[in-house]
Design a protein around this ligand. Structure first.
Ligand SMILES: C[S@@+](CC[C@H](N)C(=O)[O-])C[C@H]1O[C@@H](n2cnc3c(N)ncnc32)[C@H](O)[C@@H]1O
Length: 443
């Protein structure tokens, strides 16, 4: 017999040991093993809720068990599940402890089961709120709002304390669901009627082909028209990026970091499947998934190329989209595990890739050509500072804030003169992913 808590511990282990997202890790652990949909959703809910507040759960455990970090990964994650259940899920502490102890006994041995019992009994009595009130401001806010300390410092310096707190609170809420009509396969009215008839309450957004799914009996991604490719589930700000690129049917467009192809398929539909989109990605696996997605969506003008977006040379194209790998600090709602993943070294390496892609966009553009540079990160370094870097060889054009607000003018002593030409979205202000969008012209 396998328990939900044990499955959750295994998924958490995969997230910790690989770079997979919550959803990918769940798929890897449950596919072919569990067919019951209810178990999938229960595991999903546990994993998301634990990943969201991982620093606080670990704070409790480290205070109750000095050797916590040295333990076997599955054992550690079972303890996390126990703490989550008793402190945040409303499970009676004795029940939460008993179920974890039973699993540990079955999976490991009696000695570890009694260790789990002792740790969880201590955790039950641990008054974490009282304890972290005695900490310094950054440490306290990090635990209170479940974010890494570096992010708390960063957000306060960028937005001020009140707004940083609003952002962190919004990051802990459920991501809103947006549906983009795939106009290659269906029209906007048809999809509107289909969704309404399927029990999805929708709202319009500033983008005509994008609806917000406000309430639903079944998530739009499990309905038939989704598998038929008549619409995709895509974040509102992500959809706005393709509008800023403003693709025309006869153009040649280079997408330097393309997989899984959400923006490429949107661009293809705006181009009515005409012209060409050269879609580059350096991950074979992601590119294969993208090819299957393009087929499902009826996209015919995308040519996929497995290559390094920092180096590939294809010729003088009309437009380039640079939507590079980033710290994903605007996507914490959708991928809470990303909060705990970035260290300084990886962050600097990511910025280096972003700049190399910007330079390569310039090399591939015809004179007068347009580059759209976007990220789902909220940091100044990956956004405004990269546009400053690009402005040495590009002219910064204005993006109309159809959605969003203007960029950051100043951060930690650095001034950004193009703040009124770029656009940012924030989870707490626009109920979508935190995006940065800029448009630059090769002159
Ligand atoms: C933010 S995602 C792109 C999302 C995509 N534009 C979309 O809308 O679906 C970044 C992508 O960059 C890819 N990537 C990372 N380094 C790369 C490189 N050096 N060259 C090309 N692609 C790269 C990753 O595999 C990932 O698929």
């Amino acid at each position: 017999m396998i328990y939900t808590q044990e499955l959750v511990a295994e998924v958490l282990k995969v997230i910790e040991e690989t770079k997979l997202s919550e959803k990918e890790a769940i798929k890897r652990c449950l596919s072919g093993k569990i067919s019951d949909h209810a178990i999938w959703s229960s595991v999903h809910a546990y994993v998301f809720e634990i990943e969201k507040r991982l620093n606080l759960i670990d704070f409790i455990l480290r205070n109750c068990f000095r050797e916590f970090d040295k333990q076997n990964t599955v054992f550690k994650n079972l303890l996390r599940v126990g703490v989550y259940e008793m402190h945040f899920k409303g499970v009676h502490p004795a029940l939460a402890t008993d179920s974890i102890v039973r699993i540990v006994k079955q999976r490991f041995n009696l000695k570890m089961a009694s260790l789990a019992n002792a740790v969880l009994r201590r955790a039950e009595k641990f008054d974490y709120e009282r304890r972290f009130r005695k900490l310094g401001k950054v440490k306290r806010l990090a635990l209170e709002y479940w974010h890494p300390e570096w992010f708390v410092r960063y957000a306060i310096d960028m937005l001020g304390e009140d707004e940083a707190i609003k952002l962190m609170k919004a990051n802990n809420e459920k991501q809103s669901v947006y549906v983009r009509v795939n106009e290659l396969k269906a029209n906007i009215e048809e999809v509107r009627r289909y969704l309404e008839n399927s029990g999805v309450e929708i709202e319009e957004t500033p983008l005509p082909e994008v609806f917000k799914a406000v309430k639903y009996e079944k998530h739009p991604s499990v309905l038939d028209w989704h598998s038929e490719g008549k619409y995709v589930v895509q974040d509102l700000a992500s959809c706005f990026v393709s509008h800023v690129l403003d693709p025309q049917p006869d153009e040649i467009i280079l997408d330097l970091a393309s997989a899984p192809g959400l923006k490429a398929s949107h661009i293809a539909s705006m181009m009515e499947n005409k012209g060409v989109i050269i879609a580059v990605d350096n991950s074979a696996e992601r590119l294969e998934r993208m090819k299957a997605k393009m087929k499902q969506l009826g996209v015919k003008n995308v040519v996929c190329r497995l290559a390094d977006g920092c180096k590939i040379k294809v010729g003088d194209v009309d437009k380039v989209l640079v939507d590079p790998p980033c710290s994903s600090t605007g996507s914490f709602r959708s991928y809470p595990c990303v909060k705990w993943r970035f260290d300084r070294e990886l962050y600097l390496k990511t910025i280096d890739v972003q700049r190399k892609m910007i330079k390569n966009a310039f090399r591939n553009l015809k004179s007068g050509g347009i580059m759209v540079y976007s990220t789902c990160s909220i940091t100044f370094d990956e956004n405004e500072e990269n546009v400053m870097f690009a402005s040495e060889f590009f002219k910064v054009e204005e993006v109309k804030p159809v959605i969003g607000v203007r960029g950051i003018r100043e951060f930690r002593g650095k001034v950004f003169p193009f703040w009124d030409k770029v656009v940012r979205t924030f989870p707490h202000l626009h109920d979508c992913t935190g995006f940065f969008i800029s448009k630059l012209k090769k002159v």
